[in-house]
Design a protein around this ligand. Structure first.
Ligand SMILES: Nc1ncnc2c1ncn2[C@@H]1O[C@H](COP(=O)(O)OP(=O)(O)O)[C@@H](O)[C@H]1O
Ligand SMILES: [Mg+2]
Length: 401
């Protein structure tokens, strides 16, 4: 019965026995297998042959204190096999007492828990790593958040800077186009003045003649002519100066008045270039804005038509101007018969500095500025298309309700 019991234990466990000094007196096959030592190598040796150097001395003291006190010791122990590998065993050491109650020997029963321990340790290691990872992750998130924040701040600044630069560029373009149209205006003034200057020369000549003849009546007439001419010329200057006065306030105005202003400024040019203007105008339509700005747009469009007539040497020159209402919008159409916009140029005519003209004639700013004025100042739209042997520009402006 006892023998069977013993066999059962020995076959399913790792068993060893030592004397009271810890010298091995018995090992079973399982012990040899797990420790890697043969039975011969083990019998007669101290049990600490399988001791692992990692295990602190205090553990062994506790072990010995327990079993020498005739108590059973139970623990998971880390051991080292012959080949240096580590194994873990759940160990129970029982002191065997003789009839007198003295310790005769120790019997140790163990089972292998290396896999479980290693798994547990691996798990713990992973947990620790995870914890570290978690911590660093948190830090990294914080860091990234901060970086992102800085980037954002930086970006905002850069956007502001770019916007500012852009605004400056727009302003420059405005100024440039102002200068360009000023140049065109000067040419127009020159045209406007040419005729009265000739007439003034004639009036002076008449005055001289009258003075020589002592003809008071003729003198008065010549003087009167000259005075009217000079008044007209100075009025022309007034008109132009007025036209270029900056920062006029926005106010409702009649589209027809703005058109008349433009036509008046171009009057002599149009006559000199033999351009017929045909008008079909609703004289009641009003929009809100700066009247001069719209006049400038119309001048740009009319000048472009004039340039096209010249460039293509058109004989019968005709510009049709229509102002009409379409829903809530007022529409101004300016159509010429000068051959139309070149197809390669079509996409780009509203781009700044785009021109198909000789450098001395074109700045490429006219249509760009016109678009800016129509869109920014009036909240409207402008587009150009080719129709009936010419170009037609349509300006659509929202009206006051
Ligand atoms: N009425 C038109 N007929 C033909 N082409 C035109 C007309 N108006 C504008 N264009 C084209 O659009 C271009 C750009 O016009 P614009 O911006 O006023 O600059 P610029 O008059 O200095 O060339 C012109 O060079 C021309 O090629
Ligand atoms: Mg132009």
């Amino acid at each position: 019965m006892f023998k069977q019991y013993k066999e059962a234990i020995e076959s399913s466990n790792i068993v060893s026995k030592t004397d009271i000094n810890g010298i091995i007196t018995f090992v079973n096959d399982e012990f040899c297998k797990i420790s890697g030592y043969s039975r011969d190598e083990l019998i007669g040796k101290n049990h600490n042959i399988v001791r692992h150097p990692d295990v602190p001395k205090s553990n062994f003291k506790k072990l010995w204190d327990t079993i020498l006190a005739k108590k059973t010791f139970k623990s998971t122990v880390k051991n080292r096999a012959k080949d240096g590998s580590t194994f873990y065993v759940n160990t129970t050491i029982i002191p065997i007492l003789d009839e007198k109650g003295e310790i005769e020997e120790f019997i140790a029963i163990r089972y292998d828990v290396t896999k479980e321990v290693e798994l547990k340790m691996a798990l713990e290691k992973k947990e620790r790593e995870l914890e570290v990872l978690n911590r660093t992750l948190e830090e990294r998130v914080k860091l990234q958040t901060r970086k992102l924040y800085e980037l954002n701040k930086h970006l905002e600044e850069r956007i502001r800077e770019e916007v500012r630069k852009n605004e400056e560029k727009q302003k420059m373009l405005f100024l440039q186009s102002r200068l360009a149209s000023l140049g065109q205006m000067m040419a127009n003034i020159a045209h406007q003045w040419r005729q009265p200057l000739t007439e003034l020369a004639l009036a002076l000549f008449n005055l001289k003649k009258a003075a020589q003849k002592h003809d008071d009546a003729l003198m008065d007439a010549a003087y009167g002519d000259a005075k009217v001419l000079i008044q007209n010329m100075s009025q022309t200057i007034e008109d132009f100066i007025n036209f270029f006065k900056p920062d006029k306030p926005k106010a409702p105005f009649l589209l027809s008045e703005s058109l008349d202003e433009a036509l008046q400024i171009l009057e002599k040019t149009l006559v000199k270039e033999y351009i017929d203007i045909h008008k079909e105008i609703d004289g009641t339509l009003k929009v809100t804005g700066v009247t001069n700005e719209l006049s400038q747009v119309l001048i740009n469009l009319l000048q472009n038509a004039k340039d096209a007539f010249r460039q293509r040497n058109i004989k019968e020159r005709r510009i049709d101007i229509r102002i009409f209402r379409e829903g809530e919008d007022a529409v101004i159409e300016i159509a010429d018969n000068a051959g139309g916009i070149e197809s390669e140029a079509f996409e780009r005519i509203f781009d700044p500095y785009f021109t198909t003209k000789h450098a001395a004639q074109g700045t490429g700013l006219g249509l760009f500025m016109s678009k800016m004025i129509v869109e920014k100042s009036f909240g409207g739209t402008i587009d150009g298309q080719n129709v009936d042997g010419g170009a037609k520009f349509s300006i659509r402006l929202p009206m006051e309700s």
